[in-house]
Design a protein around this ligand. Structure first.
Ligand code: ASP
Ligand code: MG
Length: 422
């Protein structure tokens, strides 16, 4: 049996008909290597944004079912055009939407999770020698309702298909050349990583490396599908391979540095130091679906029996959060709430930092030497994050990138030139 490769092309890669013809070439090239190919595409260019805009012009609160009906049409256009482009270039191809494939999701509109993927129809087409072009982002429920997986969800469609069909690899083609040690627009010496583990990529995706949808990485990890992020416009480059940490060579302690400006900090002052305080506060937030990232509770002031609780949330959740605080104020008897919305979360990520306590110390010392004050700290096994002032974020990222030897001249020295494809 031939190996199956899933190729996913994002909106920028299929933005116009010339680009679609170019994508067809990349597909034919993969097929010529002797693989069966399944292609997953997003809607062309900014189609989805445009559809959202039209809906908002008609209603401020369009129903989520009709939103899914509307948004799923974008991918319907790109699959048909790509299948035509393949056929025009002499490659047998067929397009399929989620209903035709059987990409089954839960019945939740606008952010459904895939629960099962039927593989029989796709296999029949592959067995006939056809390339199968599948609509990303959309799904179908048991009772034939159309759903979508959430913005950026085509990555997840591609990875889930790769998992279900036991593909050898899932290649995510995009407009960047791979995963970088940090945002190259912030740090010009950022270097492309040849490899990164699922775990590291998940952490980076969550702290603002906008390359892949986090759920796609989770799905890849779950099914152990190797993922390659690569550029549609530089097919000769291999991009970055994302795989299990156990399959990787030994790495540097820190793989990447990221900054995230999407959060703000809320400080609730002088809450009673009693059992149940945190439970009341964070249950209230959870009930409104507000995700809390970092939480810090200060050391209790014994005489007053109070302490302070600080936490971070997405900027967009502030109004809801303040409403909830107002509601629990009488119960928790706090004095004040401070909101600090000029913050940045700076994170260093690396599977190689496990059991190396010196890494955290180096991060703090680097920030201190730059005169940057740390407002909050949180750590996981492979990530250390510090909240700093927003206007110090860039300086922090540049300093950390350097201290952990991620600048590209240093990496090039160690690794030499990257290999060419094929
Ligand atoms: N077209 C959808 C969006 O723009 C899905 C995707 O591109 O992954 O969010
Ligand atoms: Mg997209």
């Amino acid at each position: 049996m031939k190996d199956i490769i899933v190729q996913k092309f994002g909106g920028t890669s299929v933005a116009d008909t010339d680009k679609i013809k170019n994508v067809a070439k990349a597909v034919i090239r993969e097929r010529a290597l002797g693989n069966d190919v399944i292609v997953v595409v997003s809607a062309m260019g900014h189609t989805t944004d445009y559809l959202v805009k039209m809906a908002k012009e008609i209603s401020e609160t369009p129903s989520s079912r009709e939103m899914d009906m509307l948004l799923s049409t974008g991918e319907g256009v790109s699959i048909a055009l790509l299948a035509m482009a393949l056929q025009a270039q002499g490659c047998p191809a067929v397009s399929m939407n989620a209903m035709q494939v059987g990409i089954m999701t839960e019945k939740v509109h606008s952010k459904a999770r895939i629960v099962d993927i039927k593989t029989d129809k796709i296999r029949q087409h592959l067995d006939k020698g056809e390339v199968v072009v599948v609509a990303g982002f959309q799904g179908v429920t048991e009772d034939f309702e159309i759903t979508t997986l959430g913005r950026g969800g085509s990555d997840t469609s591609a990875v889930a298909l790769a998992g279900a069909l036991k593909a050898k690899r899932c290649d995510i083609y995009t407009d960047v050349e791979g995963v970088y040690t940090t945002d190259p627009r912030v740090v010009p010496t950022a270097s492309r990583l040849e490899e990164i583990s699922y775990e590291e990529m998940l952490e980076l995706a969550r702290v603002g490396a906008n390359v892949l949808h986090p759920r796609a990485v989770e799905t890849a990890k779950q099914y152990n599908v190797p993922l390659r992020v690569r550029s549609t416009f530089k097919l000769e480059n291999l991009g970055t391979l994302i795989l299990g940490v156990e399959d990787m060579e030994l790495h540097k302690p820190v793989t990447g540095v990221a900054s995230d400006l999407s959060q703000l900090r809320v400080v609730v002052c002088d809450v009673k130091d009693n059992p149940g305080t945190a439970a009341v506060l964070f249950n209230g937030l959870a009930e409104q679906n507000i995700s809390v990232d970092m939480i810090i509770q200060s050391y209790a002031r014994k005489a007053l029996n109070t302490n302070d609780i600080a936490f971070t949330i997405d900027k967009g959740d502030l109004d809801k959060t303040l409403d909830i605080l107002e509601k629990v104020k009488a119960e928790l008897e706090f004095s004040n709430v401070f909101v600090d919305d000029k913050i940045a979360k700076i994170s260093i990520v690396g599977a190689g930092m496990i059991d190396r306590p010196g890494i955290a110390a180096t991060m703090f010392k680097t920030l201190a030497d730059l005169g940057i004050n740390i407002k909050m700290i949180s750590t996981s096994e492979i990530k250390i994050s510090c909240i700093v002032a927003e206007d110090e974020a860039k300086q922090a990222v540049i300093g950390l990138h350097k201290i952990f030897h991620l600048d590209c001249d240093e990496i090039a020295e160690v690794k030499g030139d990257l290999p060419d494809l094929d």
